[in-house]
Design a protein around this ligand. Structure first.
Ligand SMILES: Nc1ncnc2c1ncn2[C@@H]1O[C@H](COP(=O)(O)OP(=O)(O)OP(=O)(O)O)[C@@H](O)[C@H]1O
Length: 905
């Protein structure tokens, strides 16, 4: 039965995301249109995956586990769902679905109300604002406001560097709303220090008068100043009647102790008030600097967007107006990973949720659905409050259901996780193993050499035939990841990390950047770097007039002149993103912040990532590695005390303060508890990423895993299912290697398919031809010009004029071919993505003809490798047959220099 207001709170791998997809599809089957369903995730990856899962589930509905669940949720019969799925899929593919990250959704709202924030609606968003620019702007504003001294005092008082102060300012900026009930006042504190020192003097007098006073006790009451006194360990004692003081003890001493304690406590509190007062003042300036900068640059961080949307919603508009301005009213809200939502984010979503749940106005039968796992809440530092899940279910009166079976992992992994956390995590409900699960394998290894041990486990897996792309090493920090990456590379094992996948770290892109640096700075080193990166002899580089030539043109020329487009497709992506930089300066000083990642085609290797980044992902083989260095003690200057989801108070962390200030002690204890919960949750996330085999590699001493009391041992049997990846994985690789599973573009895949072909010119030519065909609107001769223009735009830099003309001739010829036109008539899908047996491929042209049968057409520009072509088309035909159950025919359209040949396969 369909429940309008429902949540799943369930453990890792129990199918929360699965149920989210079921819910989404159920809504579609029940008649909701995609533009009325808002589905929010935390990462772009999760949003893409969800879209992909929706399409895939519909395509393969009859074989998918989701089908039975949709039957349960909607009450419709299987037959009805299977009958309707094609219509639903079409509708989904042709609509503007609202599956996106929460940040993107907020940015969309802000665009609609940008004028309220004095912004242009075409602002861009980045994960963070430009730090250096912000810093210099902030310092300028501080100086104008005459608050330099405040900043210096704050820095001295907290013994923090400016960078750390910046972090605090950012925290106060984001939590501004939550902090608004707290008032900070400037306070005098010197008299508390004098009072404490005075009473210390009296205490010293007593000790000096005491005949049996030891050197130790005399030293204990010596202090030159207040700071030294505040650090004395005896200050936290309830009584001085203990070993050090016992010989001289009199009850008066305890009265003095109480007075000293009060004075120190009051001094701490006064200083704390001053600290927060100054921090609040500076936060105002910080906010002003940020605003000036983002208005000027039209570039906002995600936090800026969230804060602005919050204020606009609270202060400027009401929710009715918000609805009015959203493209179409949202009738259904689905939230993934709810435990990571910050309070501010929830506050923004709340009016939308309330509107839906009120059951009036916008929609009579709207619905609200969220899933999450409080055990996986690890984003406290980013504003996540684990209590939010519980609070929201109360507040929204949401029915919460559990999912008890683990569908991700094999038996040993599930049982190990159950055993490990049952008495560590509050209210831990052991997960059930699904009936058809295999044994799986878990090994806990204790070793002094955790790096070497991790590598030897990687090798062991690869030797057993593991697919290298299914081996993941999870580590505590990015730094640890970098170390393990280097070591793996030294062993000639390929690695994929977040940095290796960044576009600006790809060799060809790096080379172009060095080239541009040489043009701009004129230093020889850049020239040498450039030629080294492109493997060519160092020679002169001719100067380019940078004021007269457009940046894009400079880059295109360099690609042509040095024949750089020979190796990979990162450059194409680079050209795409370079467009947004005004000039070479903007690029050279900004490129490091570019988040874009390289072409997906060359992601081949062991995944090395932090536990935080592994959230929501799963791998066949997971190695969780201990921290390389001991975790630093918690040093956050500010302790935020929450009661549930309400920020009650803030405290300044001061060493030893817990011994004399009961309120602070309580806040600190809560903070420690939450910090421990955070670490425990992180380990839970790490262990639950494994499908088949899990290795935990821990240090015998100072281990992150100490809190789990793990015993080194192994259980189950280590089996790797993939047997063909071994050779590829261990073979040393100098050149780029491509993996079997692609999520790239058609061009990435074509590149791969033809990678044995040395004639790179022909590859370029083929790509451009495909692209032009893809851009042909309705296959009429009229559409040729436009498609040609688009093709030149994208591939022009790597083609001669004669080649462009040749491509055009071939396209026109095929459009004049009656056989082709008759095959291509019907419902046409160009560049149709096809996911089949875990491979993503693109079909050049897929046509559904009027009689319900399908035609697959693959374009080729030459007859070489025709056996391979036939094989490929047969693969497509088989896949489409299986997916649609209808009759499918396959053709290859050879568009040769002087003729067109259509071959049936
Ligand atoms: N009812 C089900 N039937 C069959 N397979 C399922 C079912 N539920 C989940 N799965 C499969 O189990 C795996 C884990 O599911 P899913 O990713 O939805 O879990 P999750 O609860 O979201 O996990 P996490 O909390 O770690 O993100 C997926 O591969 C999914 O396809």
């Amino acid at each position: 039965m369909f429940k309008n207001n429902l949540a799943y709170e369930a453990s890792a791998g129990s199918g929360k995301t699965f149920m989210l997809v079921v819910r989404y599809l159920s809504l579609l089957f029940k008649g909701a249109t995609p533009n009325k369903i808002l589905a929010l995730t935390f990462t772009n990856k999760a949003a893409f995956e969800m879209q992909e899962r929706i399409v895939l589930t519909l395509e393969e509905l009859e074989h998918r586990g989701e089908l039975d669940e949709i039957v349960k949720v909607t009450g419709f019969s299987r037959e009805f769902l299977l009958h309707e799925r094609k219509r639903i899929l079409d509708e989904f593919l042709n609509s503007n679905s609202k599956i996106m990250t929460i940040d993107k959704f907020f940015a969309q709202i802000l665009r609609k109300f940008s004028l309220y924030a004095s912004l242009m609606p075409d602002f861009t968003t980045m994960s963070s604002q430009h730090e250096l620019k912000l810093l210099s702007r902030f310092l300028k504003e501080v100086s104008v406001a005459g608050k330099k001294n405040t900043l210096i005092t704050l820095s001295l008082q907290s013994k923090k560097r400016l960078g750390d102060i910046f972090t605090l300012l950012d925290e106060f900026y984001i939590k501004h709303q939550e902090l608004s009930h707290l008032k900070f006042e400037k306070q005098e504190f010197l008299h508390f220090e004098q009072e404490a020192m005075e009473n210390l003097g009296y205490l010293r007098d007593i000790i000096n008068r005491c005949e049996g006073a030891s050197a130790t006790v005399k030293k204990a009451v010596e202090a030159d100043d207040f700071e030294e006194l505040a650090l004395k360990s005896w200050i936290g004692r309830e009584s001085l009647d203990y070993r050090t003081f016992s010989k001289c003890f009199t009850p008066d001493m305890n009265s003095l102790l109480t007075r000293i304690q009060d004075a120190v406590k009051n001094q701490n509190r006064a200083k704390e008030q001053n600290f927060f007062y100054a921090l609040s003042e500076l936060t105002g300036i910080y906010q002003k600097a940020k605003k000036a900068l983002y208005t000027e640059d039209s570039e906002l961080s995600f936090n800026d967007v969230t804060v602005l949307v919050y204020h606009i919603l609270k202060e400027r508009i009401d929710s009715e107006f918000l609805y009015f301005r959203l493209d179409s009213a949202i009738e259904h809200i689905l939230l993934d990973e709810f435990q990571d939502t910050s309070i501010l984010q929830y506050e923004i979503l709340k009016p939308l949720i309330d509107e839906i749940l009120s059951g009036s106005g916008v929609s009579e039968d709207g619905s609200f659905f969220f899933v999450g796992d409080v055990k996986q809440s690890i984003y406290r530092f980013r504003g996540g409050v684990s209590a939010l899940f519980g609070a929201v279910k109360e507040e929204c009166n949401t029915e919460v259901e559990a999912l008890l079976t683990n569908y991700r992992s094999q038996r040993e992994v599930i049982e190990f996780v159950n055993r490990t956390f049952i008495d560590k995590i509050n209210n831990y409900a052991p997960q059930h193993v699904r009936e058809e699960a295999d044994a799986g394998y878990v090994e806990v290894i204790s070793s002094e050499e955790i790096l070497e041990e991790s590598i030897s486990q990687v090798k062991r897996l690869l030797q057993l035939g593991a697919d290298i792309n299914e081996v993941a090493i999870l580590c505590a920090t990015n730094g640890d990841g970098e170390v393990i990456k280097q070591m793996l590379q030294e062993e000639n094992i390929e690695v994929v990390t977040e940095t290796t996948t960044k576009l600006i770290n790809q060799k060809s892109v790096k080379a172009v950047l060095e080239y541009l640096k040489y043009l701009y700075f004129g230093q020889e080193i850049y020239k040498h770097n450039f030629f080294a990166l492109i493997n060519q002899e160092v020679r002169d580089i001719s100067r380019v007039n940078l004021t007269k030539t457009k940046l894009l043109r400079v880059i295109k020329n360099s690609i042509a002149e040095y024949r750089l487009f020979s190796d990979d497709f990162h450059l194409i992506r680079f050209l795409d993103v370079v467009g947004k930089y005004e000039d070479i300066e903007a690029l050279l000083f900004e490129y490091e912040r570019l988040d874009a990642s390289g072409a997906a085609s060359d992601l081949n290797g062991v995944r090395v990532l932090t536990i935080h980044k592994s959230k929501g992902l799963e791998y066949e083989h997971v190695i969780v590695m201990d921290r390389l260095k001991k975790a630093p003690p918690a040093r956050d200057a500010i302790i935020y005390e929450y009661d549930g989801i309400k920020l009650e108070d803030v405290y300044l962390r001061i060493k030893g303060r817990d011994a004399i200030d009961a309120e602070y002690e309580e806040a600190l204890a809560k903070e420690k508890y939450l910090a421990k919960e955070d670490s425990l949750n992180a380990l839970y996330v790490a262990f639950t990423r494994a499908r088949e085999n899990l290795f935990v590699i821990l240090k015998p001493k100072d281990s992150t895993f100490d809190m789990l009391n793990l015993e080194p041992k192994s259980s189950g049997e280590l089996i790797c299912k993939n047997t063909n990846a071994q050779i590829k994985a261990v073979a040393p690789s100098k050149e780029l290697n491509y993996k079997d599973l692609y999520y790239g573009t058609q061009s990435d895949i074509l590149k791969l398919e033809d990678s044995s072909d040395e004639d790179l010119k022909a590859i370029n030519f083929g790509l451009a031809l495909h692209y032009m065909l893809e851009m042909l609107g309705d296959f009429s001769i009229k559409s040729v010009q436009n498609a040609k223009y688009m093709m030149i735009n994208k591939y022009g830099y790597s083609l001669q004029n004669s080649e462009i003309e040749d491509i055009e001739r071939r396209v026109v010829r095929v459009l004049e071919n009656t056989e082709f036109i008759s095959l291509a008539s019907g419902e046409r899908y160009k560049e149709k993505a096809l996911r089949y047996k875990d491979n993503l491929r693109y079909i050049d042209l897929l046509v559904k003809q009027d009689d319900g049968s399908w035609v697959v057409i693959d374009y080729k520009s030459s007859m070489s490798y025709s056996d391979k072509h036939v094989q490929q088309v047969n693969y497509y035909v088989k896949a489409i047959k299986e997916i649609t159950g209808a009759e499918v025919k396959g053709y290859i359209a050879y568009m040769l220099e002087d003729s067109v040949k259509i071959t049936k396969v």
